[in-house]
Design a protein around this ligand. Sequence first.
Ligand SMILES: C[S@@+](CC[C@H](N)C(=O)[O-])C[C@H]1O[C@@H](n2cnc3c(N)ncnc32)[C@H](O)[C@@H]1O
Length: 500
Amino acid sequence: MTCMDTVVDIRAADIGERERKGGIGQFFTSSMVADFMASMFGPLPQTVRILDAGAGYGMLTTAFVARCCAAGDVRAIEATLYEIDGQVLDVLNAAMRDCGRLCAASNIRFSFTIHATDFIHEMSTRLTEGLFGSAPPVFDAAIVNPPYRKIGVDSRERKSLHAAGIDTGNLYTAFIALIYRLLAPDGQLVAITPRSFCNGPYFRSFRKDILKRMELRRIHVFESRRAAFREDNVLQENIIFHAAKGNRQPHEIIISASSGKEGGEITQAVLPFAEVVHPEDAEKFIRIPSAVDHAAARETLSGLGESLASLGITVSTGPVVDFRFRESLRRKPEPGTAPLLYPCHFNGGTVCWPKLDARKPNAIVDNAKTRSWLVPSGTYLLTKRFSAKEERRRLVACVFDPGRVKAEWVGFENHLNYFHENGGGLEPALAAGLFAFLNSTVVDQYFRGFSGHTQVNATDLRALPYPGRNTLQTIGRELPAFDLAQNEIDQIVGRHIHAG
Ligand SMILES: C[S@@+](CC[C@H](N)C(=O)[O-])C[C@H]1O[C@@H](n2cnc3c(N)ncnc32)[C@H](O)[C@@H]1O
């Protein structure tokens, strides 16, 4: 994918003009960003009622119309535009007439209404009056680059917003909060806004409100702070988001990023929604991980020459499905049993066994029926198949050291994957090297970049690129312990895999 550049002022801007613009939050979107925003919409109804609030020169509606004409999936577009600045209305009118011509050539009916009024005041009033006033309009789609500026506690805007049940201190969040109240169920919003609402106490109530009413589908970030408004010299970090009206957040969300330079590449990753907004977070911070990191991780790992198969190592899912062996399971180890390991035995990079206070059994009877499901003791590398949502890393690996758990045979339960060589243990330095590699941030980011699931299957682990055996052994020998901090693991792994 390519695209995206900057938001530019299409008029020459002298100092006076700049000040005037600042007052009403007037920064215009370039056609390139507008096209990109229009491309983010999902399927649309046959007749689309589109809202462009704070329309400026109509760049966004123009891009939306061009997208519909190219896609050929709608029959009619009814555009509603709000713009308070009298000086831009002629150009806005002309732009909408151009849209009409474009639609006519594509057999799409097009109509438009420009309201030269204050969007905040008008919509807050209509939403407040409800049944007793003029009912607020309903839209299927909205595309917006709202003005932004703080709105004081005693301002007229703040008071009318408050009456409509909206409590927010910036024009841009006020626009967005009004817009999604006007959307039909499933109605879509694509907005370019400052990133500031994603965290901080100032926007807490806005975040709660939007996450209650809108399903966030995609967030696009500009890597460079100045990228999106470079020409206007605005120091704001901007994002574009796509959301749909509804109250069930998706399981996965797309995070994409671009440099903001013309023709620059767009990187993207699919992540569990719970990683972006933690379900237990009372602040409802919207944490946008860097899609750029995912791309960098992909590049680093694609430089590694080995696969598990070429290393002669196999990864398998733990063969002991516990409910099939119910009568052979034992809470405590006893003579004639073998250790049985579950994810609950993972402890600081190694195995802590037995865990008598755990809900899981610690042992399995070693007899003719169970023996073929056990493995001979040795050094194994274990990973969890299901990582808990709150776990920082998707991939969680630990080393099974036969020196710490004395036994001839061991059982690995089905919620684990284990790395082995021909069904037996690994050479200890190799296991330690794999431990560091699989627990490194770069592998975690690589993983997240292609999988939105929190599940790590043996097939996923087989598909990973790996460093060579010598590199893994060197990493393993350099590891001073297993209970290292993340940055210590990353430093050791980074020294070897970035150096090629
Ligand atoms: C950031 S500019 C974006 C313009 C245009 N949508 C674009 O993307 O190029 C915001 C626009 O909102 C207009 N505006 C500011 N406050 C407004 C209000 N209360 N009601 C309607 N329009 C407003 C400004 O005049 C400006 O044209």
